[in-house]
Design a protein around this ligand. Structure first.
Ligand code: ADE
Length: 224
């Protein structure tokens, strides 16, 4: 898989991809993440990428020209499955959407800033808009990193234990069961006996029951 992220603040996207699982996934050649600085596609002598909104009002708008120049340069190189625009008024991101995106080959993610991008970009060049929640971030970069992380960890071979993404919260519309590690007792607080019993099947049943109970308690909306 290849993910191309277009941003006017590329430094914001340096660290999420340079450590741990996401770094390892790139080193193993399972994903290629390319961050593109939108300013490089500006024809303006000051490398401007935003301008005042037509009709007035506070806040700058990201200009169509550098964005389309960048999109066309990428699209001349390969076919993209989606051009995603990160926006608080997009479709709400979910595990289901992460699963779906993880099956794609090439994705472009466009990060908005200021008041957002010129509407003509959204109308004519973007294929999908995604929000990571009902709150407004100062830009789309952190949201793009969230989406990329959730997608990349699902790619085959990224997680060392192949089953581990399958037992994540939300994979079956259930939240994950509680987990414990050593010591078996800390200041009198014990790990549930069942987990020390060695009965694999009983442990699985216990975990499933815990997941259902937790989901009812914490996220009844998931149970429909
Ligand atoms: N850009 C600003 N806020 C955002 C959000 N909640 N989701 C996606 N992109 C955003």
């Amino acid at each position: 898989m290849r993910i191309d992220i277009i941003t006017c603040l590329p430094r914001l996207l340096e660290s999420p991809f340079s450590d741990s699982i996401l770094l390892r996934a790139q080193k193993k050649g399972l994903v290629e993440v390319c961050v593109h600085d939108l300013r490089k596609y500006s024809t303006d002598k000051h490398k401007k990428v935003d301008d005042y909104a037509y009709g007035g009002g506070a806040g700058m708008v990201m200009m169509i020209e550098p964005i389309v120049t960048c999109l066309r340069a990428l699209q001349a190189e390969r076919q993209y499955d989606e051009v995603i625009y990160m926006s608080p008024d997009g479709e709400r991101f979910s595990q289901r959407m992460a699963n779906e995106l993880s099956m794609k080959k090439n994705l472009i993610i466009l990060c908005g800033h200021y008041k957002g991008v010129d509407e003509r970009v959204r109308e004519h060049f973007v294929t999908r808009e995604i929000s990571i929640g009902d709150y407004v971030l100062s830009g789309g970069e952190l949201a793009a990193a969230v989406v990329s992380d959730a997608v990349i960890r699902l790619l085959p071979g990224v997680l060392s234990d192949e089953t581990s993404a399958l037992t994540d919260s939300f994979q079956d519309d259930l939240v994950a069961p509680p987990v414990y590690t050593r010591p078996a007792e800390f200041e009198g607080i014990k790990v549930p006996d069942i987990l020390l019993s060695g009965h694999e099947q009983k442990i699985e049943e216990w975990r499933f029951k815990q997941s259902v109970a937790r989901t009812k308690n914490r996220r009844p909306d998931l149970l429909r």
